[in-house]
Design a protein around this ligand. Structure first.
Ligand SMILES: CC(C)(COP(=O)(O)OP(=O)(O)OC[C@H]1O[C@@H](n2cnc3c(N)ncnc32)[C@H](O)[C@@H]1OP(=O)(O)O)[C@@H](O)C(=O)NCCC(=O)NCCS
Length: 182
């Protein structure tokens, strides 16, 4: 895959990218509100549907959209998490969820930032959209005094692995599973 279209970066004093400009126009990132629930259902269910080979994410319930709408509406009201949404020309093109998560009481740090639901629509990939979403998520974490960020990544996706490596996330553990049959 090629390096993707050229883009310019607008960087805030805080270090957060204010916007990136791609060949198809500027991309901005903001925290989603309850009014964005339908857009998030589309993006986050599309993410799940992209991993049919995953032993975890490949087993979607038939009523996944309906369940997602109720779950995301609840998440959008929570004050210990945010769902960031990337837009281009007023259209949602990506998302990333970040939450303030409690660690083991035996270990440091006591809390860490947890990233989930990283998704960029296929036509907007390799243009820095995830990079920008992550920059905003890290700023959200820093503002809450968090000093570490973690995430789970689908082991069947090489693209995701390459993206997280490029964004500075190293592998700390593996999730192993075993299906119990009679
Ligand atoms: C993974 C995903 C979110 C990346 O989004 P993106 O907006 O294309 O990522 P970016 O353009 O910000 O890429 C940031 C860096 O990651 C690396 N990268 C991203 N995608 C890559 C790929 N397919 N191959 C190799 N490197 C890649 C590059 O180094 C890139 O920087 P560069 O373009 O300057 O070289 C997107 O491909 C996606 O939504 N995939 C399907 C869903 C998914 O797998 N989500 C992650 C679940 S854990």
């Amino acid at each position: 895959m090629g390096p993707g279209p050229r883009r310019s970066l607008g960087v805030r004093k805080s270090g957060v990218m204010r916007r990136i400009t791609t060949d198809e126009g500027p991309v901005t990132v903001r925290a989603a509100t309850p009014a964005d629930v339908d857009a998030l259902v589309v993006l986050r269910v599309a993410l799940l549907r992209e991993h049919p080979a995953s032993p975890i994410y490949g087993r979607l319930r038939r009523d996944v959209e309906e369940r997602a709408r109720a779950l995301f509406a609840q998440q959008l009201e929570a004050d210990d998490e945010a769902c960031l949404i990337a837009e281009r020309g007023g259209a949602p093109i990506g998302c990333l969820r970040v939450s303030d998560t409690r660690g083991s009481p035996l270990l440091l740090p006591a809390r860490y930032g947890y990233l989930a639901s990283a998704y960029v629509v296929p036509e907007a990939r390799r243009q820095g959209v995830l990079r920008m979403l992550v920059a905003h998520a890290l700023a959200w974490c820093r503002a809450r005094g968090l000093v570490e960020v973690r995430l789970h990544a689908d082991a069947t996706s090489d693209d995701a692995a390459r993206a997280w490596e490029a964004l500075g996330f190293t592998v700390a553990e593996h999730l192993r599973h075993r299906v119990l049959t009679e």
